[in-house]
Design a binder for this molecule. Structure first.
Ligand SMILES: NC(=O)c1ccc[n+]([C@@H]2O[C@H](COP(=O)([O-])OP(=O)(O)OC[C@H]3O[C@@H](n4cnc5c(N)ncnc54)[C@H](O)[C@@H]3O)[C@@H](O)[C@H]2O)c1
Length: 439
């Protein structure tokens, strides 16, 4: 512990295991990317942990170390991967199928990718419709599935020799569910696992297994998983960090850049129409109304929270907000997101903004996976447990303490993230007051 450190952070010694339910486009783009970076073939663009700096002290001090030099993070060379999927393809085949990265790059990292053979999945076609695969665990109760997943985790840890493990969900989006009675207490939940309660989703079985094994859990999809009382409590009781939900990558990323800007100038918004076309497997799953509902809820929440119509009724009381996702196979992973924003200014005069974001879903998501894995491991070593609100920067629907509204403004989220790192290291928090420069 350095003389200023406010929390004791255990060193990042040894290998870090990264376990991922779902080995599709995001997972393979992430793993192939890490392997390419390790070999010097490409750079981890978009990763805050790898590129961003954190200013310390006054502007005149000139102290701006890289985050990765300021807090002890695991190095990329220490990451070891394991995954589950309903399909049997190895990581190299799955990456080719996903069609995100080009073959010449994939061929250079073929060996480590091909070595990842997905473990049989816990899957329920009531929760993810439209896709069916053969690589499933033998039939059992939901409690049996949880035990099988714990065995998988144990075997992975033993065979890979990792010192620590984190789990991050990059599997398909499950259908929309609200927390139910079975999610109230651990007793209810474990009884529900024994009795195959239909309200317990596969992702919750993975999360339960992870938390029971002391493994931090991050949720990259919009469905509930750990955002249910029983699992947040379990995380707190076992002193394990959790975070979610839904990677903030394309259109919602844009929304959380632009909406705070309009609000900062007190410009009104009367409507915001967002539509997307995408043609990857994620798009196919989201074509199902139940999975789309999970995504829609997550995408809709950000704007209202940022604009705060209750504080600014003249500007934002009647915003008409619509989000559409259309499955359009020819585009594959190269999503196109259009936004039409109807705004109004001085004396109520209307204006329009149009955005056409030709993005690449998994290229935007992969660096978020890397950062979340490294920060969740850091949080665990720093003894920070339960919901990690400082990681809301990465999510469309950030988890918070009960009764607290989530902070969606990306610039506030970034300040919160960096101030958390400063706080960990006993550095002054930055308020941007700056009066001292004029004394
Ligand atoms: N790419 C982005 O920008 C982005 C942004 C936000 C959220 N997400 C979410 O991340 C997730 C992954 O996206 P993707 O583009 O890689 O999707 P994908 O369809 O390519 O990959 C998901 C994989 O999960 C597997 N799967 C489904 N249920 C499973 C289970 N129960 N156990 C194990 N494997 C299971 C599927 O077989 C598939 O291979 C999705 O939920 C998506 O909504 C992605």
């Amino acid at each position: 512990m350095s003389h200023k450190e406010t929390v004791r952070i255990a060193p990042a010694d040894g290998k870090l295991g990264v376990l991922i339910p779902g080995m599709g486009a995001v997972t393979t783009t992430f793993i192939a990317g890490v392997e390419a970076v390790k070999r010097g073939l490409a750079k981890p663009i978009g990763s805050v942990t790898q590129f961003s700096t954190v200013r310390l002290g006054k502007r005149t001090e000139g102290r701006s170390p890289k985050i990765k030099d300021f807090v002890p993070l695991a190095g990329l060379e220490d990451l070891t991967f394991g995954a589950w999927d309903i399909f049997e393809e190895n990581g190299y085949e799955a990456a080719l199928n996903a069609g995100v990265l080009e073959r010449p790059l994939l061929d250079q990292v073929r060996e480590p990718l091909a070595a990842i053979r997905p473990m049989p999945a816990v899957f329920d076609s009531e929760y993810v419709k439209r896709i069916h695969g053969p690589n499933l665990k033998p039939k059992g109760s939901k409690m049996d599935y949880a035990q099988m997943l714990m065995d998988d985790i144990r075997k992975f840890q033993e065979s890979s020799g990792v010192a620590r493990t984190v789990m991050i969900w990059c599997g398909s989006t499950e259908v929309f569910h609200k927390p139910a009675a079975v999610h109230a207490t651990l007793k209810d939940f474990e009884c529900g696992l024994q009795k195959n309660d239909p309200e317990i989703s596969p992702s919750q079985i993975y999360a339960y297994a992870a938390l029971k094994m002391g493994v931090p859990y991050a949720n990259g999809a919009p469905h509930l998983t750990v955002d249910a009382p029983v699992l947040t409590q379990l995380a707190r009781d076992h002193k394990i960090p959790i975070c979610g939900k839904d990677f903030k990558t394309g259109q919602t990323f844009m929304k959380t850049l632009i909406a705070p800007g309009l609000k900062s100038r007190m410009l009104g918004v009367s409507g915001w129409f967002s539509t997307n076309i995408l043609g990857n497997r994620d798009g196919e799953v989201l074509d199902d109304p139940g999975s789309f509902k999970s995504k829609e809820e997550s995408k809709l929440s950000a704007l209202e929270q940022i604009l705060q119509p209750e504080l600014y009724p003249d500007l934002y009381k009647n915003v008409y907000h619509k989000v559409r996702i259309n499955y359009y196979p020819p585009r594959g992973d190269a999503k196109e997101g259009w936004d039409n924003i109807d705004i109004f200014g001085w004396l109520g005069y209307p204006m329009q903004i149009k955005i056409d974001f030709l993005c690449r879903d998994s290229i935007l998501a992969a660096p978020l996976v890397l950062d979340l894995v490294l920060f969740m491991d850091l949080a665990q070593r720093a003894g920070m447990s339960g919901v990690q609100e400082w990681l809301s920067f990465y999510f469309k629907a950030p988890m918070t303490a009960p009764g607290l509204y989530p902070e969606h403004d990306i610039f506030i989220q970034l300040m919160k993230l960096k101030n958390t790192l400063r706080w960990m290291r006993g550095e002054n928090l930055i308020t941007h007051l700056g009066l001292e420069y004029y004394d």
